[in-house]
Write a new protein. Structure first.
Length: 393
């Protein structure tokens, strides 16, 4: 990475972000070990403490604080999830308290941007994710079948979690690092290509076709930004939202085309998408039971293998099934605001890459769940126009 020296305030801010992006392996270990359960609870408590301080600070400065639209609608979505859970009778204390951690996280992003600027914010985020990227990538190469030397990749435990978990950290690092370079008007160097290739290879080793495919799409976006001064000018955030919607509808309700079948085969998957089609069908049957407020937080699907899928392997369907259409509409409101903010940005490579990373995360969400902290970070950045944007070529 460029300029690897760290200042004291950068180290502090990185430490503040880490509790919100802990490797998913920690929660997996916590379910089997009392020691790791204590470690997990410690970081959970730390997250709540950080969030509470940021919330109190925001309240103290409320007279001079004007909440931006993206933060407002993200908070509205979180609130609607809790309200839906109360109505459908599935609420529990930990889920209700999540309002604190999500609110504090969004206020921390806002506070950091106002205090230090967007370039500093991207710098801190990219450096934090680089640590996860580095350790995660190295450990995957050393232990391709996980620390537990599993006979099946589906049962493998990696530093970053399960075989699909690496995506969030690889995507976070690659996205925020490239945005940071663009904001600071730095050259997208060959080093970035190496990082992308490592992430793709590591995803293939984990047998995570969704991760490999999504990061490959992000790499193509990066290459178009790096090597062309024209392609990114035609990218439209509203168009990519439409593309994601069409693909999601085809996969959930329509018959797969021959083209999609070929693409899935290239990714090493058949048309069942490793059983996702079965989960989607079973989850869709639950929607009519409670269309407005959902079926509850713990809604799950029993697979043919007798294993239990705790989410729909489709972020959007998961919202509708668990929290209902009203909550899903509140999420769509975020996308509408985000697309409007990006559309108003001056034409630039930063804007083009912003459209690209939004497309990739929304595309990935068709096939899997997502960290809301990561998703909210991407949404937050879409509402931020760097002062240097006009000078970016």
């Amino acid at each position: 990475m460029n300029r690897l020296s760290f200042k004291k305030e950068e180290i502090i801010d990185i430490c503040l972000f880490i509790p919100f992006f802990l490797p998913f392996s920690l929660s997996l270990l916590a379910s089997t070990s009392y020691f790791w359960l204590i470690v997990s609870r410690f970081f959970t408590l730390t997250r709540y403490c950080i969030s509470s301080i940021l919330i109190l600070k925001t309240i103290q400065e409320s007279r001079n604080y004007q909440i931006n639209a993206v933060v407002f609608f993200c908070l509205s979505f979180i609130l609607m999830r809790v309200i839906a859970s109360i109505i459908n009778g599935s609420i529990y204390i930990g889920f209700a308290l999540s309002i604190i951690s999500y609110s504090g996280f969004l206020f921390m992003l806002e506070y950091l941007k106002k205090r230090r600027g967007i370039s500093y914010c991207l710098k801190v985020l990219s450096r934090m994710f680089f640590g996860f990227f580095l350790i995660g990538g190295i450990t995957i190469l050393i232990w391709p079948n996980g620390f537990n030397n599993a006979s099946s990749k589906a049962e493998a435990l990696y530093f970053l979690g399960s075989k699909n978990s690496s995506f969030y950290y690889f995507y976070g690092f690659l996205s925020f690092y490239c945005l940071w370079l663009l904001v600071d008007n730095k050259k997208l160097s060959f080093t970035c290509d190496v990082f992308f290739i490592i992430a793709i290879i590591a995803s293939i080793i984990c047998d995570s076709s969704n991760s490999a495919g999504s990061i490959t799409v992000l790499y193509l976006v990066y290459l178009s930004i790096k090597n062309s001064n024209r392609l990114y000018r035609f990218w439209n955030p509203r168009l990519i939202l439409l593309l994601v919607l069409i693909l999601a509808m085809i996969l959930l309700f329509g018959k797969q085309s021959r083209l999609l079948t070929v693409i899935f085969r290239l990714l090493g998957r058949d048309s069942t998408l490793t059983g996702r089609d079965y989960i989607w069908r079973e989850q869709l049957l639950l929607v009519p039971n409670s269309p407005l407020w959902g079926n509850g937080i713990e809604t799950s699907t029993v697979l043919l293998s007798s294993a239990i899928a705790t989410h729909a392997h489709n972020f959007y369907l998961d919202i509708v099934v668990k929290y209902g259409m009203i909550t899903f509409i509140s999420f769509l409101a975020i996308l509408f605001v985000v697309s409007s903010r990006i559309t108003k940005m001056p034409r630039s490579k930063y804007k083009g890459f912003m459209v690209g990373i939004l497309f990739v995360i929304l595309l990935h969400n068709i096939f899997d769940d997502v960290s809301l902290y990561l998703l909210f970070t991407v949404f937050f950045l879409s509402n931020t126009v760097p002062n240097s944007l006009a000078t970016i070529k």
